[in-house]
Design a protein around this ligand. Structure first.
Ligand SMILES: Nc1nc2c(ncn2[C@@H]2O[C@H](COP(=O)(O)OP(=O)(O)OP(=O)(O)O)[C@@H](O)[C@H]2O)c(=O)[nH]1
Length: 461
């Protein structure tokens, strides 16, 4: 991901400032060099990098650290603020009726993004519809239709029509009950005149409130020209960066934002409809710097819990905090965890883990954890309701039966029961906690935030 190495390389330079009350020019020079190296290797435009490093240099040398702030925290705060201002505010997406058109080159992720955005709007309580006008790529219609079915949102397309303008017109009529119309357009290998002419014609019919340029995070400096041309023809109001779950650097997308004088609206983090995040500059930079993103994390937890409780009306997480913690509760918690998305993405959001501790985990740690969770799920599926509600009754003969039913060895079943007992003890401790204890615990978590020091005056950090 863009700036991916920035957190760890910066930490090294910042650690040298430990114990210092003043920062000299050499210190600042070293930090700025690290930032330049990271940004340039992430394909961020050179002039942008220079502007950013100049501001950091000037501010770090001229601004006095507020009382009680160490030199290290002061510089970190400046770096954080300047990065946030480079990336800019998130594109405004009002939660009301509107029409959004997606543009971009072939394979950038437009079709996927249209279904993901529709899913996102539906979770906000609106009724979205996707209109698929891509008549160029043969598979686009089926792909969009399937994804929209999965997202449970309205869809319009016409595989027998080869006129995108007609599809757009008919699509708007056919989906007039929807609040939000998301119009997907065709892509080409490169920006050709016929693509520009086509998209301008569709735009004339659709008259979108917002045009979003969809960019693959892997795009490098090519983003600049593309962004300019789309901006000149239809006007770009925001950018969606896709495939940020891969190894791509994404720096080109920052260049595009700067070039079109627009901002980032959404991030694509995977291939399924739920792998979309609204862009939040503060959280994004915090995560990149290894400071975690508590806001995104709590949103995901809330959503996953809400979905899990909606699926099983008999299960109430509130009860779990008040009464006994059963295996059924543990099973539901694991289901909710799975809904939060890939484990490594979730870990990135936890202060103290992203970029810091997580890097020190063995490479296979994540796979081992995933396999173990999967095994536990299979074992719990082989248990009776009575056993799930009252694990105490699981003796040797039941363990043997469950092992046979799940195809797992008895040792793994014992491990699961031990894990459950540990969680039960922890929950018991929570139950005795007052608000004050909770706040102390949160504070402790924040102090551990990414080994980045006290982070005084930086919002949640
Ligand atoms: N890993 C990952 N893959 C993605 C993401 N977004 C899209 N993809 C994949 O990228 C490929 C291209 O995505 P599409 O949505 O078909 O791209 P498009 O821009 O509509 O392509 P055209 O219709 O040919 O212009 C597909 O295989 C998607 O599954 C993402 O955020 N992460």
């Amino acid at each position: 991901m863009v700036l991916d190495n920035l957190g760890s390389s910066l930490r090294g330079s910042l650690d040298k400032l430990r114990g210092k009350s003043r920062i000299d020019e050499d210190d600042v020079q070293e930090i700025v060099k690290e930032i330049q190296r990271s940004l340039l290797s992430a394909d961020v435009d050179v002039s942008l990098v220079m502007d950013l490093s100049d501001s950091i240099k000037t501010r770090a040398l001229e601004e006095e650290p507020p009382g009680g702030t160490s030199a290290r925290d002061h510089v970190l705060k400046i770096v954080y603020e300047e990065l946030v201002s480079l990336i800019g505010e998130s594109t405004e997406i009002p939660l009301e009726s509107q029409t959004i058109m997606l543009a971009g080159l072939q394979g950038s992720g437009k079709t996927t993004t249209s279904a993901k955005m529709a899913w996102w709007f539906s979770k906000k309580g609106l009724r979205p519809a996707v209109i698929q006008t891509d008549t160029f790529r043969p598979g686009a219609y089926d792909q969009a239709k399937q994804m929209c079915e999965r997202a449970e949102v309205d869809f319009y397309g016409d595989p027998d029509c080869d006129d995108p303008v007609q599809i757009a017109r008919e699509g708007l009529e056919a989906t007039e009950d929807a609040d939000v119309h998301i119009v997907d357009t065709a892509g080409r290998h490169a920006l050709e005149d016929d693509l520009i002419a086509e998209i301008e014609e569709i735009e004339g019919v659709v008259q979108p409130d917002l045009n979003l340029l969809v960019l693959d995070a892997a795009i490098g400096q090519g983003a600049k020209e593309q962004a300019q041309q789309f901006d000149e023809s239809i006007g770009i109001g925001g950018v969606v960066i896709t495939k940020l779950d891969g190894t791509a650097k994404g720096g080109g997308a920052l260049t595009a934002v700067n070039e079109t004088d627009s901002s980032i609206a959404f991030l694509g983090m995977g291939e399924t409809v739920q792998d979309i995040e609204r862009f939040e500059p503060n959280g994004f930079i915090s995560r990149l710097l290894g400071m975690g993103d508590l806001k995104q994390l709590s949103e995901r937890v809330e959503r996953a819990m809400a979905e899990t409780t909606a699926e099983d009306e008999d299960w109430d997480p509130e009860e779990m905090m008040k009464g006994s913690f059963t295996l059924k509760d543990m099973q539901k918690q694991m289901e909710a965890m799975n809904k939060m998305g890939p484990l490594d993405q979730v870990l990135d959001m936890i202060p103290g883990l992203g970029g810091g501790l997580k890097d020190q985990l063995p490479d296979d740690a994540m796979d081992v954890t995933k396999d173990r969770m999967r095994s536990f799920e299979i074992i719990m599926d082989s248990m009776t309701d009575e056993e799930l509600e009252n694990p105490r009754i699981i003796g040797a003969s039941r363990v043997q039966r469950i092992a046979q039913g799940s195809g797992r060895d008895e040792e793994t079943i014992q491990e699961l029961l031990e894990q459950h007992r540990m969680m039960e003890r922890t929950i018991k401790q929570f139950q005795g906690m007052g608000d004050g204890d909770m706040q102390r615990m949160m504070k402790k978590m924040q102090q551990q935030g990414g080994d980045m020091g006290g982070m005084g005056g930086m919002g949640p950090f």
